[in-house]
Design a protein around this ligand. Structure first.
Ligand code: ADP
Ligand code: MG
Length: 583
């Protein structure tokens, strides 16, 4: 087959452009990304070999091999993982499948077009760019790969000029070898950063990839002064060059170490390395439990919510290990869905290594661990809310939606338990100083005559503040929750009430204010309604089917009319949300 030239998909080009023009100044992380891909590929080979031993062709010494070459200005990363065939090369390397990345690029483009100042670094932190990060340091990248179980090997090459080539080649061992032809800033003694320097590579592996569970090896060159027969260095002798293969990473799982011995940076690097995070996590949980079921869990709340957190293609779940041996990625059966943003792993000797996904779901051990983790996480969040409001609000702004959806979904799972667990963790924007408040805070400062928790729904604060209904409440100094996200109202409607105070939309029926003044007004209104019965009837007839009823209202101050929802029916904004869903 002749060499084929392919064009990168438009989004890939865009991403490559961003990479080359170096939005991310931390170039060295490319090595972490390529090592993590190699490790993923070995995981896959290992996993498939469990059911198909022949796949390994007798080579089960999994390893990643690095070759920095000063002469050719290249750095090579090889693995004996699963490898790729031609289709996979095109699919996985030439196109961006991840919707999160696409969403990111679109957002970036929009922001730039509208002239917003964009913090690239901040934004790129929200998604992983993986393989493409190689182009931050490369003039050219060459991949030679052979898929396990197949004979034909393939060579892929690109200078990031919008195209890449693919051609047939030969490769004896299965797996992938990636050769980076380093740009002049990144190779040689005069370079800004020299990625052909063995000491540099060694320190990067230690920094970013120490816990990778396969050996990362490198030919290490040393110089030694020759010794005489007594083992003493010979004076004035020329140093001898020696080469030895060294394993650079400790492979010691971080979570097995003592908490007291682990520095914050080590945790941070671990999560970035293991879970493809670009930023230090917001919060780390490291727990060991011993009892009927023993386990160690190392979990984190990431710094930012991924773009696709609420989309179909987002795969929640934790990694599972048994006695430090990897069982599976993305186990969904541990944590409830409203904690889908948590990343991390659980290692338990009580889990069986060869368990199928189906059996795992029913595993009692898994349920016990899951429940304990859930409880710990919620407790920690509760503590944060009390002790560090600013941090909690940061968390809330990223992941609050998950908890609100959790409350709403509990309606279907029939779990009032979930509602109870989550209700004190919810925050809503309030008319009170325009701040986020908890339901408890709201209820605690309610005047005694107030029997309900009032809320208003709209796209933004201004719209709510201009609602005619707000006038009365503002005059009376009654606090109103501003629900700006459609899920907010679903959440409150599912809760129904908090501390026996029902939620009440201000655009629904009677406001039902029970103070003396309101009682007075109510009486007056009823009389007015009676006196003006004919007028109301006429208006209703004129409007026909468009309205259910026309009433004299006491809730207006300066506006002449307002639309309200029926007492029993859905509120106006829920109607809107329903009709949005239908479309
Ligand atoms: P991610 O690792 O998040 O999937 P990357 O951009 O790092 O994204 O890699 C894209 C894809 O390319 C991987 O999902 C994998 O299918 C493939 N790939 C990359 N490196 C290797 C490798 N060394 N061996 C096999 N497949 C690889
Ligand atoms: Mg990757």
């Amino acid at each position: 087959m002749a060499k084929e030239t392919h064009e990168f998909q438009a989004e890939t080009k865009q991403l490559l452009d961003l990479m080359i023009h170096s939005i991310y100044t931390n170039h060295e992380i490319f090595l972490r990304e390529l090592i993590s891909n190699a490790s993923d590929a070995i995981d896959k080979a290992h996993f498939e070999s469990l059911t198909n031993r022949d796949l390994l062709e007798g080579d089960d010494a999994f390893e990643i091999f690095l070759v920095p070459d000063k002469e050719s200005h290249t750095l090579t990363i090889s693995d004996n993982g699963i490898g790729m065939n031609k289709e996979e090369l095109i699919e996985n390397i030439g196109t961006i499948a991840k919707s999160g990345t696409k969403a990111f690029l679109e957002q970036l483009k929009k922001a730039k077009e509208s002239g917003e100042s964009v913090d690239d670094k901040e934004m790129i932190g929200q998604f992983g760019v993986g393989f493409y990060s190689a182009f931050m340091v490369a003039d050219k990248v060459t991949i030679v790969t052979r898929k396990a179980g197949e004979q034909q090997a393939w060579k892929w090459e690109s200078a990031a000029d919008g195209n890449y080539t693919i051609e047939e080649t030969e490769k004896e061992k299965r797996g992938t070898t990636i050769t980076i032809s380093l740009a002049k800033e990144f190779a040689g003694d005069a370079a800004e950063e020299d990625f052909t320097d063995q000491y540099k590579i060694e320190s990067l592996v230690k920094k970013y990839s120490d816990y990778v569970r396969y050996p990362i090896k490198m030919n290490f060159e040393t110089e030694e002064i020759p010794k005489d027969k007594d083992g003493k260095p010979i004076k004035d002798a020329k140093p001898e060059k020696k080469t030895e293969v060294r394993t650079l990473n400790s492979m010691e799982p971080l979570w097995t170490k003592n908490k007291a011995d682990i520095k914050k940076e080590a945790y941070n690097e671990f999560f970035k390395n293991q879970f493809h995070e670009w930023e230090d996590p917001m919060e780390v949980f490291h727990t060991k439990a011993e009892g009927s079921v023993s386990y160690t869990a190392l979990l984190c709340i990431p710094a930012h919510a991924p773009f696709n957190l609420y989309q179909q293609d987002y795969e929640p779940g934790l990694q599972l290990y048994s006695r430090h041996v990897f069982i599976m990625d993305k186990c969904k059966d541990l944590l409830p869905d409203y904690l889908r943003f948590m990343k991390g792993l659980v290692d338990s000797p009580d889990l069986s290594l060869n368990i199928s996904r189906e059996l795992l779901q029913q595993s009692r051990e898994l349920k016990v661990i899951g429940r304990a983790l859930e409880k710990n996480i919620l407790k920690a969040l509760g503590r944060k809310l009390k002790s560090n409001r600013e941090d909690y609000e940061k968390f809330w702004n990223e992941f609050g939606k998950s908890l609100k959806i959790g409350v709403y979904n509990s309606m279907y799972s029939g779990s009032s338990d979930t509602r109870e667990k989550l209700q004190d963790l919810l925050l809503f924007l309030s008319s009170k100083e325009g701040k986020l408040v908890t339901l408890k805070e709201y209820v605690e400062r309610m005047p005694e005559s107030q029997k309900k928790i009032y809320y208003a729904t709209a796209k933004d604060k201004e719209t709510i503040e201009n609602l005619p209904q707000m006038e009365t409440l503002r005059d009376k100094g009654i606090e109103v929750l501003y629900l700006l996200d459609p899920v907010d109202e679903f959440c409150l409607e599912t809760l129904h009430a908090y501390e026996e105070k029902p939620f009440h939309s201000i655009s629904r029926g009677d406001l039902d204010l029970d103070d003396a003044e309101s009682q007075e007004v109510k009486k007056e209104t009823e009389e007015l309604q009676k006196d003006n019965g004919d007028l109301m009837k006429d208006i209703k007839e004129a409007l026909g089917d468009k309205v259910a009823d026309v009433k004299v209202s006491s809730r207006l101050k300066s506006s002449a009319v307002c639309l309200v929802a029926d007492e029993a029916g859905p509120s106006l904004s829920m109607e809107q949300a329903f009709s949005d869903m239908k479309n």
